[in-house]
Design a protein around this ligand. Structure first.
Ligand SMILES: [Zn+2]
Length: 326
């Protein structure tokens, strides 16, 4: 099945930026440098439901001070190097690293600096995997390609297509971005190996039709946990009922991975911190005492999040079917 363009996210953001330039400044900003999950999630919910970006959200996304997050060690071998509203995860090994997602625009260069701050050389990144073709995850690929000579860049085939299309459609808009040439194409179930890192890719169409998700091991004091990054969460780029059906099927498939009796996924290393309270869990991690459970290892929290995502999508499916012309 052929899907229409998937750039509504970029279009909405561009329109919001234009409105922000033209319109009066709001007296109060509900979002603060603490990057609390609940108010951000609430604004994204409005965006997802209406397809229109709330002005507060548009301004928040463009505010570098509000977006700044100190990089931190989440597990022995996994580091957060993203900003407030979009994640980037560095998985490390003595023989090279993997980076999940590229950030975008003004945020990609500081990410490289954060990686150096953590004690790693970005040039040791061998693999950059991008979850999908929206600018916030793939927009930094051009900058990374120049900075990371050893790295291969990977997406699904549809991910490469949607990224190229989304970048092309941003031409002349405030959020204009460019995409790199297609490099490595991920197949469903493919395992990428870098040093002792084994990262498995899954095609999980839904948020966009090219969305990929990733499973890998995260170690805590040597104890292994199965980690998973759901490549796309929101319903903000939905183009019709077929896409919502794909989204639900992908969520059901991920739910099965959390119930795998042999090796269940127990930690969700999210693409968007506000989606599961990652910023708040990070505070718990800072205050963690020896013997305390790892706050990011939360199998029930992940299962509950997946159930909520599915319930949202099922409601959306009813609305999309009702909207579809016969
Ligand atoms: Zn997206």
């Amino acid at each position: 099945m052929k899907y229409p363009t998937l750039s509504s996210f970029g279009r909405a953001l561009g329109a919001t930026l234009l409105a922000a330039v033209a319109g009066p400044a709001l007296a109060q900003d509900p979002l603060t440098t603490r990057c609390e999950s609940a108010p951000i999630a609430a604004l994204f919910k409005v965006f997802g439901d209406t397809g229109r970006m709330p002005p507060d959200l548009g301004r928040f996304l463009q505010n570098a001070a509000l977006q700044k997050i100190e990089p931190y060690k989440a597990f022995d071998n996994v580091y957060y190097v993203g900003i407030c509203w979009v994640s980037a995860w560095l998985i490390t090994s003595p023989k090279g690293h993997v980076l999940i997602d590229a950030l975008y625009g003004p945020f990609t260069e500081p990410m490289l600096e954060h990686i150096r701050q953590l004690g790693f050389d970005p040039k040791d990144i061998r693999q950059v995997v991008m979850t999908h073709g929206h600018f916030d995850h793939a927009g930094g690929a051009v900058r990374l390609k120049a900075a990371l000579p050893q790295a291969r860049f990977a997406m699904t085939a549809e991910g490469w297509r949607e990224a190229a299309e989304s970048a092309a459609q941003s031409t002349g808009r405030p959020n204009e971005w460019a995409m790199i040439e297609k490099d490595m194409v991920l197949a469903d179930g493919q395992v990428l190996q870098v040093g002792d890192i084994r990262l498995q890719a899954f095609e999980t169409p839904g948020h966009t039709m090219g969305t990929a998700s990733f499973a890998f091991d995260a170690f805590d004091g040597g104890r292994r946990h199965r980690a998973f990054t759901v490549g796309g969460l929101g319903l903000n780029a939905i183009q019709g009922p077929e896409q919502v059906e794909a989204y639900i099927a992908s969520i059901q498939r991920i739910r099965q991975l959390t119930e795998d009796g042999r090796d269940p996924v127990t930690t969700h290393l999210t693409t968007h911190a506000f989606s599961n309270g990652l910023t708040e869990a990070r505070e718990l991690l800072k205050g963690r005492k020896p013997g305390d459970a790892h706050p990011l290892v939360d199998p029930k929290g992940f299962r509950d999040q997946l159930a909520a995502l599915q319930a949202d999508a099922e409601r959306r499916l009813v609305a999309e079917r009702a909207r579809k012309p016969n």
